[in-house]
Design a protein around this ligand. Structure first.
Ligand code: ATP
Ligand SMILES: Nc1nc2c(ncn2[C@@H]2O[C@H](COP(=O)(O)O)[C@@H](O)[C@H]2O)c(=O)[nH]1
Length: 186
């Protein structure tokens, strides 16, 4: 058994992107209808597309999964995942619970789903520091408890709270080395 896809799942600002970049795997760039944040680049952070384009792709059966999050669509075109299978290149992706469960059906034991959590007040602080408005912070954290409960299906859950930072770095390093060792067995 070797892992082809690492999924990161968790509430907003729990630290998924941070852990994803520390893992160092190439990312699956998914699609979203939300506007880019400052510094985000089309094709790097997301493919920023309109709701209409995303809806059309979904209706054409070209989205493996699509979800609505605070008024926007987020989704994964089938083509992106086929590339992983055909090229046998290990990747990582950030998804919500529904997306992770859907994609697990295709990858079975070749998927590792990592839950990322932190305290609610920390996530709020991090969102504030990222420049989100109070109403946006409240909207994003409205589902916080549900999203924490939803981590129960994950293969492992990282408690990415501030005081646990060093330990998380160490665990991520172990994972990274373990995945690199597997490389030859893909
Ligand atoms: N352990 C930590 N301690 C303190 N700050 C952290 C920690 N992990 C991440 N952060 C900071 O929190 C902020 C949010 O992190 P990140 O973007 O990784 O979260 P996310 O879960 O991907 O967020 P979202 O889903 O909202 O895009 C960033 O500014 C990041 O530097
Ligand atoms: N099911 C999917 N969920 C996704 C996808 N890409 C992101 N996400 C989820 O959306 C939130 C919010 O993302 P943000 O970039 O606006 O902060 C993120 O935390 C994921 O849970 C996707 O392609 N499919």
């Amino acid at each position: 058994m070797s892992i082809l896809l690492v999924v990161l799942q968790g509430p907003s600002a729990s630290g998924k992107s941070t852990i994803q970049s520390k893992l160092g795997l190439p990312r699956v760039v998914t699609w979203t209808s939300r506007l880019p944040r400052e510094g985000e680049i089309d094709g790097v952070d997301y493919f920023f597309r309109t709701k209409e384009e995303m809806q059309r792709l979904y209706e054409q059966g070209q989205m493996i999964e699509m979800t609505r999050y605070h008024g926007n669509f987020y989704g994964t075109p089938i083509q992106l995942l086929e590339d992983i299978f055909h090229k046998s290149e290990r990747r990582s992706v950030i998804l919500d619970e529904a997306g992770a469960k859907k994609i697990k059906q295709f990858f079975n034991d070749k998927i590792l789903i990592i839950g990322v959590k932190a305290e609610r007040h920390e996530c709020a602080q991090r969102l504030e520091a990222r420049g989100h408005s109070t109403s946006d912070i409240n909207a994003r954290l409205e589902t916080f408890e549900v999203e924490i409960d939803a981590l129960s299906h994950c293969d492992l859950v990282l408690n990415n709270t501030y005081w646990n930072r060093e330990k998380i770095d160490q665990i991520v390093q172990y994972l990274k080395e373990g995945l690199e060792k597997q490389h030859g067995t893909l």
